[in-house]
Design a protein around this ligand. Structure first.
Ligand code: DSN
Length: 410
């Protein structure tokens, strides 16, 4: 991309070059197609369209309405659901819209604890959610799995108005039906936040959430491989209407229609057979990665993965999550530090790292290459106190740049 503004143009070029030469294991990142990228820089960027299709506060919205309706219809068909809002700018705003639409400040919410894999917007004390609502958390059991009978007994005592199923660092299948049964037994709403796993659900490779939930939120840029943004889905019209009103006029102004155009493209891409094949590869790679790291002495929380990510508990390697993230970054491997269950380190430090396979699978890496990456990680972490090895960094960059970032996925 060449812009007239040379300073910005240079930075864009540098970032492209960085992405080409980095092994990206950040579980929440991916490579959107060229169509998804380019629709964001289209003329839709110029348009104000507060409101919804056919109910806008501005004139000139005929094509905006068409593109937003197209995104809605494609999303409905992809997830087999009745009502969709494609306007949330982010997963955080989608969750905020649900809380504000269905609850009052100080209402009780039950969710997964942050150090066991939850999310900031699921009640962290440093987030609006934890400040405005009364959260209680459930935890993983000692084996690193969700314990549904424990969640049920906490729900019975706490009597929340809303239960959140969903995580940002949980490597196992989530049984949304069991969550719904628990929610029904205490007369609570069930919000399923499928931000991480929505691409796998769309590919029918993870148990469904939509039909079991009152309301569902998801980002669009993780396993779904679309633009940065989010959607809200529901099969219940009354609940959906409350949440829709909460997005606009409740918390957002003008929708980003250029991003909505990109969302429409990504929903079509995700409904293809090749996307299903891609999702299958994501999971196979994640399982292969866990095995390869386990063989090299790493401890994986819960012992493995059913989805696109997993958490490595680094305590037996005597390195914390931040140190591991920093040293791997020096060798052009991107990971995210992660709390492990019952972590004694602060969230800025952590005792683990989260690894994910959505991005490397988009570059068509398979088990053999994953094993090689596991070797690199083992070698770098084991020798982290040694002198920096420039030739190893060059080798890693050469290795990953043999797998181009695709413009299109066939
Ligand atoms: N930042 C995202 C993640 O990495 O999981 C969640 O918001």
């Amino acid at each position: 991309m060449h812009l007239k503004d040379k300073q910005v143009s240079d930075l864009i070029e540098k970032e492209e070059n960085r992405q080409i030469h980095v092994i990206n294991l950040i579980a929440s990142e991916n490579y959107a197609s060229k169509d998804v990228r380019e629709a964001q820089s289209s003329f839709f960027i110029n348009k104000y369209a507060e409101g919804y299709p056919k109910k806008r506060y501005y004139s000139g919205c005929e094509y905006i309405d068409e593109v937003e309706n197209l995104a809605i219809e494609r999303c409905k068909s992809l997830f087999n659901t009745k009502f969709v809002n494609v306007q949330p700018h982010s997963g955080s705003q989608a969750n905020m819209a649900v809380y504000f639409g269905l609850l009052k400040p100080k209402d009780k919410i039950l969710s997964l604890s942050l150090d066991h894999g939850g999310h900031l917007t699921h009640g962290s004390s440093v987030n609006f959610s934890g400040n405005l609502f009364n959260f209680k958390h459930y935890f993983l059991n000692d084996e690193g799995f969700l314990d549904y009978s424990k969640i049920d007994s906490i729900a019975k005592k706490f009597k929340p108005k809303l239960i959140i199923a969903g995580a940002s660092s949980y490597s196992r299948f989530i049984d949304f039906k069991k969550f719904r049964d628990i929610a029904d037994s205490v007369n609570a709403y069930l919000l399923s936040d499928i931000s991480h796993i929505s691409g796998l659900i769309a590919s029918s490779l993870h148990p469904d959430a939509i039909k079991h939930s009152h309301i569902v939120t998801s980002t669009t840029h993780k396993t779904l491989r679309g633009p940065r943004g989010a959607v809200i889905m529901s099969d219940n019209e009354d609940i959906f209407k409350l949440v829709e009103k909460s997005i606009f006029p409740g918390i957002q102004g003008g929708p980003l229609e250029n991003v909505i155009a990109s969302k429409a493209i990504s929903f079509k891409e995700a409904s293809s057979e090749s996307f299903k094949e891609y999702s299958r590869r994501v999971i196979l790679n994640s399982k292969a990665f866990c095995e390869a790291l386990t063989m090299r002495g790493f401890n994986i929380v819960s012992g493995g993965s059913d989805n696109h990510l997993f958490i490595v508990d680094l305590r037996n390697f005597e390195i914390n999550g931040k140190e591991a993230q920093d040293i791997l970054e020096k060798y052009s491997i991107n990971v995210s530090r992660s709390l492990v269950p019952n972590d004694t380190e602060k969230p800025w430090i952590t005792s683990g790292i989260r690894l994910g396979t959505p991005a490397v699978s988009s570059r068509y890496l398979k088990e053999r290459e994953i094993e090689k990456i596991a070797d690199y990680i083992f070698f770098i972490i084991k020798n982290n106190r040694n002198k920096f090895d420039e030739s190893l960094k060059k080798e890693i960059e050469k290795f990953i740049s043999q797998y181009p970032i695709p413009d299109y996925y066939e």
